[in-house]
Design a protein around this ligand. Sequence first.
Ligand code: ADP
Length: 396
Amino acid sequence: MKVLVINCGSSSLKYQLIDSDSKEALAVGICERIGLEMGVLKHTPVGQDRVVVEAKMDNHEVAVSMVINALTNKDHGVIKELSEIDAVGHRVVHGGEKFASSVIITDEVVNAIEECNDLAPLHNPANLIGIRACQNLMKDVPMVAVFDTAFHQTIPAKAFLYGLPKEYYEKYKIRKYGFHGTSHSFVSARMAEFCGLDINNSKIIVCHLGNGASITAVENGKSVDTSMGFTPLSGLIMGTRSGDIDPSIIEFIANKENKNLDEIMHLLNKESGIAGMSGVSSDFRDINDAMDAGNEQARIAFEVFVYRVVKYIGGFVASMNGVDAIAFTAGVGENDPLVRSDVCKYLSYLGITIDEEVNDVKSKEIMISTPDSKVKVAIIPTNEELAIARETVKLI
Ligand code: ADP
């Protein structure tokens, strides 16, 4: 089956056409600057050169029609006609407590996603715009919504509640939701398979370390705790997000710097984390280069990042009363040997040892722990688009 996977943002739309039988992407691309003066479509038929088309895209429907044209184009297309697309899988950021799994999109589902807009005001409305644009242009094609939050709906109340008066959960559903669920689900399942573990009798910790980063404790195949919370701002230090901070810092900065709430949220989401701490960049490649050049701030930012990862792993080992396997994934987790190595050094108390030579690798599915390590540690490249395509095929 051929599944079009759509990840729609407010001014961008990423897509992949995936052949679910071969598990390969046939084409990948992105529409950028939708609704602005001049937009651009970057389309890559896999194994061929990238095609760049500049055109004004007034709205997401125009963008989707450009994607369809690119996919069916006689020169750089990968299918002959639209009818070859069997289904569309949409990434939706927030399913609140309404969605604990992926669903076929119906009018009721669209309404329920809309009811979650409050919880993800930047993302869900954009996801819905993408869904409606596709529905208008591909009327008879079944569509599925795959939620970032769904995998974490198994987290128990003792782990998802905050220490706030109970009315705030009852009235507004303020609680931990967790994100990156599609990746954590995909990687934990693959990790169990890769290590020869029975997923129904396993304790796995997945470290999804990308620009956005989160760690999840997966017990018997189910998410039981995760580092992101009500929003993706909490937990680990990230590229530009602060991760956990004492909430009183917000009031303190407001008073000292005369900033309003919007400005402070911008500071915490966009100007903090590795970028803000190092003053160098949010990208770990730049941080590694700066550390090599002797930049002290870059080194400290790196150390704080690693330390926070270690504390979350330690916390989840305690809450699960053990761990069988730890997986590293996403941009940093897959590509930065020093992060993996430094994290694992802290974990020697668990009997973890890794083979530094094997660990010196990028983006490859590989076991990096030594055969005598008490806990298996591996790199498992994530593939959220393939996971969305699989979910879509499963449902239709
Ligand atoms: P997201 O999906 O959250 O945007 P990714 O998972 O794609 O993020 O990760 C992107 C990040 O991965 C980059 O910002 C960079 O820090 C890191 N990264 C990518 N390649 C490398 C590399 N070769 N070495 C170290 N870090 C890398």
